[in-house]
Design a binder for this molecule. Structure first.
Ligand code: ADP
Length: 542
């Protein structure tokens, strides 16, 4: 017997219809490429997304055709989120920090038909358009009078004249909720990138889950600043969850330096922010010397790479902001776990609570996880034994776009490539990415643990730990360090700093001072590049 409830497909268009009807006057504020602040409401987003849908019909784009973006976080990008997916096409957000050759490669692989880009990326588009064989239309996200003349880009028009010519009445089509809605390529530090292809259903389930109190805890009373880019796994789903809750959205545009982000938080009474640790490092670096405080910010979700304890402590103790440590990946839409305390932890002393907050957190309903050993058998949740982390759930990929790489699943579970422990309360802690873990004398050393200790040193701005070959121990850890401007610290002082903080055999054998640690397209440390940089390095005494 079937249930007798209405069978409505879960479609992305329903989010913007809901926001328009029930939160029509909630604000969307965007810093534009032009430098000024633009403000309007969900009602306007809905109106203009319908114009986008009509404009795509006008280009004769078929159902499931791909529309690419090279754009910052901003209102026009949001309209594309809804107009493209809502009308049954697939939004392909491209990371502009990728190498131009890689951008050309993925645009062809995705068979993008249209490319919409912010004017900051004009030189990039000029460099790659000749390589993009499937793109027929180029749309610059600007007013008609800002459209560059003689750009050399074929079929280029301004977004405002493109959608401005359209009427705003449009009935969002109804279709199978399993239809593809958007796609995102993984950074592909080795080999060609592969794409996760999200569906309307996976996106909506993820949007519901992300808003839950023990997840991002979003509401109509929030003013949300996603510093995490809309080209980085759909800004962790915030553009969808914000519409679902009616929260105000604040977009930083291209201005993601510490000063600009801080000023936007204050000016727009932001209560909730989201980003990778490197962004917050820059903001705290701006605030501390100037003695600045937050007047409205209450919570910040930090993920994408491990959040150092010193950062959690600074937010909490110096600024009264709760850090929600989150873990996920492109293949997971991206949320997998988020760290909030359980009732029984509330009476614990602060340092005990801190040990929990440092973990990547508990699984969200909709994500199941397990750790497995080399024999593929599940490992007990004792908080000590570590293994390969596998996940499954309705917003986790079943296969990559075009079946690249074959079947990624093992017995129905997706192997994340991360190594983790899970404690008896279900809190997962990433020890390392499997390719970054350091194997010394048959034991594993977590590069994350070693980096976390280093960044707690007042002279250290950034630190990366990698393993180098050793004749006896197989690998030994060394630390690459970027010093804070004007700060001084020696190799010996840093090595001494580890004493009493970790087991002796885990202390790095050497410290190498570098000007910068290479960062990948999503702001994470690129250890592959760092290993290349240090390929001629020799361990002392070996
Ligand atoms: P990539 O960096 O490969 O493009 P993602 O952006 O999807 O891919 O990153 C996913 C990976 O980032 C995870 O598998 C994990 O290694 C790392 N990661 C994400 N969040 C955290 C976190 N909170 N702590 C430690 N590592 C994290």
């Amino acid at each position: 017997m079937l249930g007798l409830m209405q069978n409505q497909p879960l479609l992305i268009s329903s989010l913007i219809e809901f926001a328009e009807r029930h939160h029509g006057d909630a604000e969307i504020v965007s810093r534009r490429v032009e430098g000024d602040l633009h403000r309007y409401t969900y009602k306007d987003v809905a109106y203009r997304s319908r114009q986008v849908a009509r404009a795509l019909d006008g280009l004769k784009l078929a159902f499931s055709d791909r529309v690419a973006t090279l754009a910052w976080n901003g209102y026009r990008h949001l309209e594309l989120y809804y107009g493209v997916s809502g009308s049954g096409r697939v939004l392909h957000t491209i990371n502009p920090r990728l190498h131009p050759d890689q951008i050309g490669w993925i645009a062809n692989h995705a068979e993008d038909q249209v490319l919409c880009f912010d004017l900051s990326f004009l030189p990039l588009v000029q460099a790659v358009h000749g390589k993009c064989t499937t793109i027929k239309h180029y749309i610059a996200l600007c007013d008609a009078d800002k459209l560059p003349a003689d750009s050399g880009i074929p079929n280029l028009q301004s977004y405002e004249s493109w959608i401005g010519a359209q009427a705003s009445d449009y009935a969002w089509p109804q279709f199978d909720e399993n239809t593809a809605s958007s796609m995102c390529y993984t950074s592909g530090t080795t080999g060609h990138p592969k794409a996760a292809l999200y569906s309307h259903r996976s996106t909506l389930l993820h949007a519901y889950a992300a808003a839950l109190p023990d997840v991002m805890c979003l509401s109509a009373r929030d003013s949300i600043l996603p510093v995490v880019p809309m080209f980085h796994v759909n800004a962790w789903g915030i553009p969808y969850s914000a519409a679902l809750t009616g929260a105000k959205l604040v977009f930083p545009g291209p201005a993601m330096d510490g000063k600009s982000v801080y000023e936007l938080i204050e000016a727009e009474k932001v209560t909730y922010a989201a980003g990778v640790p490197t962004v917050w490092q820059m903001m705290l670096g701006h605030m501390k010397p100037a003695g600045l405080k937050f007047s409205t910010l209450r919570r910040t979700v930090i993920g994408g790479s491990a959040c150092p304890p010193a950062m959690i402590a600074a937010f909490n103790d110096d600024y009264g902001v709760e850090v929600l440590h989150a873990w996920g990946m492109t293949e997971m839409s991206p949320l997998g776990t988020l760290c909030t305390l359980k009732n029984k932890h509330l009476a614990m002393p602060k340092d005990e609570q801190m040990k929990i907050r440092l973990k990547q957190g508990r699984a969200i309903y909709g994500v199941d996880m397990k750790i497995v050993g080399e024999d593929g058998r599940e490992i007990a949740w004792d908080g000590k034994a570590y293994g390969d982390l596998h996940v499954k759930g309705p917003w986790i990929i079943a296969e990559y776009f075009k079946g690249e790489g074959g079947n990624p699943l093992v017995d129905g579970w997706f192997p994340t490539g991360d190594v983790a422990t899970i404690d008896p309360d279900g809190y997962m802690q990433i020890t390392d990415r499997s390719k970054d873990v350091i194997k010394s004398g048959g034991e594993w050393i977590s590069s994350i643990d070693i980096e976390n200790i280093a960044v707690a040193h007042p002279a250290v701005a950034m630190a990366a730990c990698i393993g180098v070959k050793h004749p006896k121990w197989d690998e030994r850890p060394i630390l690459a360090v970027v010093k804070k401007p004007g700060a001084e610290v020696t190799r010996e002082e840093l090595i001494k700093f580890y004493e009493g903080k970790t087991a002796k055999w885990q202390i790095p054998d050497d410290v190498v001072f570098v000007d910068a640690i290479p960062l990948g397209a999503t702001g994470k440390m690129l250890k592959t590049r760092l290993r290349e940089m240090l390929k001629d390095y020799k361990l002392p005494g070996v």
